[in-house]
Design a protein around this ligand. Structure first.
Ligand code: C2E
Ligand code: MG
Ligand code: MG
Length: 578
């Protein structure tokens, strides 16, 4: 299908051939009027100028688009459409191009009536009328809506939609820019990852999870200093460039930022504790390029996650080795649990007044064929951070329950058996039910059992702890607070909880002979606990002097190498029941 072109480049519509009803073609006069009408309605500016570039006709939109009152356009030169300070530049270039080539097109920036800079596209073409006179037809288009759309597009490509923070890509390019900045800037890259976000997401709804992420972003943004650069690098991970002074190593800034997680988050009328781990790498000592810095901060983050809750680590050259060691422990521990290779040893707890054995603490033991015995100080954190602590605790609990039951059946002393419960187990909504099931299966008398939990477990979320502890207490099991003194060391909160026993950490017992403060603390813990009807066990008693001092302050029970290490059940029977 061919069309006929006039000088202005328009194509006249041809009648449609063979299409039943043919489209009627307007005559030239009608077509001209329609075209004029179209130009009047157009949102873009349109004009004709004569051969001296004087505007001869403009459509109503031109003044509005160009930000000029219409009277200023009457008989104006097309230069008026160019930025005022650019008449010798772009305007001259356009006139020269029009005079020689017959057309010009370019993007110009000029200020609108409010003084804001806007981008415009101006296109002008030459044409001749029947008399051979030269005219110029022009079209001025405001690009700001296009600019805005592009800006929006660029923004959404570089920012996270949920939190509005820069995304990973923008963070990387910011990091590269900073590294190549002159004068060796001082900074650290910090990666922050929420510890328990998966659980939050499953226990609450995804929407609540999103709310927490937004709140975390807000708190982090409030915790960083000006000049720092915060981004959400994905999921529950945030990245941060922390600007440092020459004499700073970043540790203070890092703990300040982690402090953003100390208070709970309010979601759906509930206080939710979201904790985070952090890994840091300093420029230039831990990496001189963006990739190395990020990779090393990530290794440090993994080390923090492995250590468990709310940890913070800087990159160290030997961190690789540690992570490999951990991976080894994790693989082997999984295997050991699957094949029930862990055993349980029992450490006696002695009544201070009578010297008699009153209870035992069940402690997990792992003997590895190639590596010998591996300490719980190493494998418990691995079990906690890899999701195996539930299974490990269950195995210890069942073994201990069976053993306790067996001792009382065989006519041995009716010993109370204590076992350790990790904070992670206590937060597991199925934990109390699994305790009840173990009681039922092993038939052990619950009054013979006690659980040991650390102070921090309780203080993390007092309300939650109170609820769970009451349910455990309702099963008939008693409750001890382990390692007392290493955390908040406050008996005030214990008052409102169903706690039966406080175990003073061995750090205090170690110093009790030499350090007056340690002695005073032990003495007041004993006194205050007794006032609340709570018994006290001293941990780590290693010599008779310590034992004597404990007897003097009225401590109820003692546990430690002075009496015995943790022993296999048979050795304990031999030494203590024999
Ligand atoms: P814990 O609950 O405070 O257990 C007491 C720890 O102190 C035991 O270390 C014990 O061997 C040690 N200890 C006892 N008397 C003395 C002493 O006189 N001097 C010294 N220096 N140490 C003494 P162990 O068996 O290495 O356990 C370490 C920690 O591992 C335990 O601390 C407990 O927090 C955790 N753990 C052990 N078994 C389990 C378990 O089955 N489940 C959980 N969740 N944690 C466990
Ligand atoms: Mg314990
Ligand atoms: Mg302890």
């Amino acid at each position: 299908m061919s069309g006929t072109f006039d000088e202005a480049g328009g194509r006249r519509a041809e009648p449609v051939q063979g299409a039943g009803i043919g489209t009627e073609r307007p005559d030239v006069g009608t077509e001209f009027r329609l075209a004029r009408r179209l130009l009047d309605l157009m949102p873009d500016g349109a004009f004709f100028a004569d051969d001296r570039f004087t505007l001869a006709w403009t459509n109503p939109a031109l003044g509005r688009v160009a930000g000029l009152p219409s009277f200023e356009l009457v008989d104006a030169c097309i230069d008026a459409l160019f930025p005022e300070d650019d008449h010798e530049g772009r305007a001259l270039e356009a006139r020269n191009a029009l005079a020689t080539l017959g057309h010009w097109r370019g993007v110009i920036r000029r200020r609108d009536r409010r003084g804001a800079a806007r981008g415009y596209e101006l296109a002008v073409s030459a044409l001749r009328d029947e008399a051979g006179r030269r005219w110029y037809a022009g079209h001025l288009r405001d690009l700001s809506s296009v600019d805005r759309a592009r800006e929006r597009l660029e923004y959404s490509a570089s920012h996270d939609a949920l939190t509005g923070l820069p995304n990973r890509e923008l963070f990387s390019s910011g990091l590269e820019t900073l590294i190549s900045a002159p004068g060796r800037p001082c900074f650290a890259v910090a990666l922050i990852d929420l510890d328990n976000f998966k659980r939050i997401n499953t226990e609450l709804s995804r929407e609540d999870g999103d709310r927490i992420l937004k709140a975390v972003a807000e708190r982090l943004a409030a915790a960083v200093r000006s000049g720092d650069f915060l981004a959400r690098s994905g999921g529950d991970e945030f990245s941060l460039i922390v600007r440092l002074e020459r004499d700073q190593d970043g540790a203070e800034a890092a703990s300040r930022i982690l402090g953003a997680f100390s208070a709970p988050f309010e979601v759906a009328g509930k206080a939710v504790h979201a904790r985070a781990s952090m890994g840091l790498a300093r420029f230039p000592e831990h990496g001189t390029d963006a990739r190395t810095l990020m990779a090393n901060a990530d290794l440090a983050l993994q080390a923090s996650k492995d250590r468990g809750r709310s940890a913070l680590n800087f990159y160290r050259p030997d961190i690789d080795l540690e992570l490999r060691d951990r991976a080894f422990l994790e693989d082997n521990l999984r295997d050991a649990l699957e094949r029930s290779k862990l055993s349980v040893h029992y450490q006696p707890v002695i009544d201070v007044a009578s010297g008699e054995l009153v209870s035992v603490e069940a402690l997990a033991r792992w003997y590895h064929a190639g590596h010998g015995s591996i300490s719980p100080e190493r494998f418990i954190p691995v079990a906690e951070s890899s999701g195996m602590i539930g299974e490990l605790g269950e195995q210890v609990l069942r073994t201990a329950c069976r053993q306790g039951g067996a001792w009382s059946c065989e006519g041995g002393p009716d010993l109370r058996v204590a076992f350790n419960v990790s904070p992670i187990q206590l937060k597991d909504p199925g934990f109390v039910d699994s305790l009840a099931a173990a009681l039922l299966e092993t038939g052990v008398n619950p009054s013979r059992l006690s659980i040991e939990i650390t102070e921090s477990t309780i203080c993390d979320d007092l309300e939650d702890a109170a609820r769970v502890l009451s349910r455990i207490k309702a099963l008939g099991i008693s409750i001890s607070v382990d390692d007392f003194g290493t955390g908040y060391s406050s008996l005030a909160y214990i008052k409102n909880l169903p706690v039966d026993v406080v175990k003073i950490d061995r750090e205090f017992i170690r110093d009790i002979e030499t350090n007056e403060r340690a002695f005073a603390i032990v003495e007041s813990v004993v006194r205050l606990s007794h006032e609340m009807g709570i018994k006290v066990i001293a941990e780590g008693v290693e010599n008779p002097t310590q034992f004597e001092l404990l007897r003097n302050v009225g401590c109820d029970c003692a546990q430690g190498f002075l009496f015995s290490r943790a022993l296999p059940a048979s050795e304990l029977e031999y030494l203590f029941f024999g």
